[in-house]
Design a protein around this ligand. Structure first.
Ligand code: TPP
Ligand code: MG
Length: 389
């Protein structure tokens, strides 16, 4: 049996034990799906490694944020959503894997990091801050915790419209200390929104270790304050991550509301590529690398317990290399942005938005009756009534 080595780190406090051998809901995954999980984890790691090379060649012009060691957390959780039903997730900088699962392509990611004119944000944003609602991922912002109230709203709209859709929002251990996290999760909980909150406990928020982040013994304990279930899972076991997230997704889809899933993992790189991690205790990173690498563990499980031939995984590795090579060549050929492009997409065109769906046909009372001419607006009716008076 493939064993999960003890994590040996205070920072991540990962639960010790064995990599799941007995059939669980993950057993419902087909061989293809299990290989799919491997493909996405490998693609995430290799794509980031390619980005590091490009960064060192100064072709990646902004910061570079890694998810090294967290691939199982990103991939396994996103894989539990059902894109065919219109499920949506809100990623963070360390969720490249989640975006790839939802259908983001290596070419888009490379163009984005290289600030190319044909990247999703046309060179105006330099990492993975872009969205694709039709593919089920929402554009992220940097502000910690702020996507929780956004996703509370998104999932509340699913509920009001009686849609069979689930939303998933990622937050880091640091983000659980923000007001936005608290307000958003509380609102979603009380409204029983179909939302899954994934807390990625990777041991650090920039240089702040989890021991200085919270007095709570475990981040999952925060769930009880909102009256929702919380579960703590080994975030480096992709099957366990998938299963736990799937339980939460199924619960949300049944109309039972919000769940919090804490994934215990470890950030093996600095906050971004420039960060030399001088604040990390000696030997900690190396321990996680040698004892608890999510890819090494999954390969061990696939080839051991699952009896999948190493050659099947090598084929996937070769496919990943080929895809990344092709995408890199294409991204390198992409043009730099046109300067005039900076003006496109800034202002609404036409400059007024369509009324929101629930306001269609309704003019607001303020617009109709209560807009004083002194506001400097030109409501002809008000202006005429003022003049007539
Ligand atoms: C409200 C807010 N405060 C501070 C920052 C600056 N900042 C960006 S990422 C980060 C650390 C995030 O840590 P965590 O939530 O644990 O996520 P991780 O980077 O570990 O995935 C900080 C402090 C920010 N973006 N937003
Ligand atoms: Mg963190």
């Amino acid at each position: 049996m493939a064993t999960r080595a003890p994590t040996g780190s205070r920072a991540g406090k990962a639960p010790a034990g064995q990599l799941r051998a007995e059939p669980g809901p993950g057993a419902a995954l087909t061989r293809e799906q299990k290989l799919d999980l491997y493909y996405y984890m490998r693609l995430t790691r290799s794509l980031e490694e390619r980005l590091v090379n490009l960064y060192r060649q100064t072709k990646v012009v902004g910061g570079l944020f890694r998810s090294l060691g967290q691939e199982a957390d990103a991939v396994g959780s996103a894989y539990a959503l059902d894109r065919s039903k219109g499920d949506v997730l809100s990623p963070l900088i360390r969720n490249l894997g989640s975006m790839l699962v939802q259908g983001a392509t290596p070419l888009e990611i490379l163009r984005q990091y290289m600030a190319k004119g044909d990247s999703p944000t046309r060179g105006r944003e330099l990492n993975i801050h872009f969205g694709s609602p039709e593919r089920g991922f929402i554009g992220q912002i940097s502000h910690l915790g702020d996507m929780v109230p956004v996703m509370a709203g998104v999932t509340l709209s699913f509920k009001i419209r009686k849609q069979d859709r689930v939303g998933l929002v990622y937050v880091g251990d640091g983000a659980t200390s923000t007001g936005s996290f608290h307000e958003g999760i509380n609102l979603a909980a009380v409204q029983r929104c179909p939302l899954v909150v994934i807390v990625e406990n990777n041991g650090y928020a920039y240089s702040t270790p989890i021991s200085r982040q919270t007095a709570a013994a475990e981040l999952k304990d925060k769930a009880s304050g909102y009256g929702i279930p919380g579960e703590r899972v080994d975030g480096n076991d992709v099957i366990a991550v998938y299963e736990a997230t799937r339980r939460a997704v199924d619960r949300a889809r049944r109309g039972e509301g919000v769940s919090l899933v804490e994934l215990v993992t470890y950030r093996r790189k600095g906050h971004a590529e420039h960060d030399n991690q001088s604040y990390v205790p000696e030997g900690e990173i190396e321990r996680w690398e040698s004892e608890n690498d999510p890819l090494t563990r999954y390969v061990g499980w696939l080839t051991g317990i699952e009896g999948i031939a190493a050659s099947a995984l090598e084929q996937i590795d070769a496919r990943v290399v080929q895809e990344i090579d092709l995408a890199t060549d294409e991204a390198e050929r992409s043009p730099v942005p046109e300067s005039d492009d900076a003006l496109i997409g800034i202002y609404a065109d036409p400059p007024t938005l369509e009324p929101l769906w629930f306001r269609e046909g309704v003019r607001s009372a303020v617009e109709k009756h209560e807009r004083p001419a002194s506001w400097g607006t030109h409501d002809p009716e008000t202006v005429k009534a003022t003049e007539d008076a």
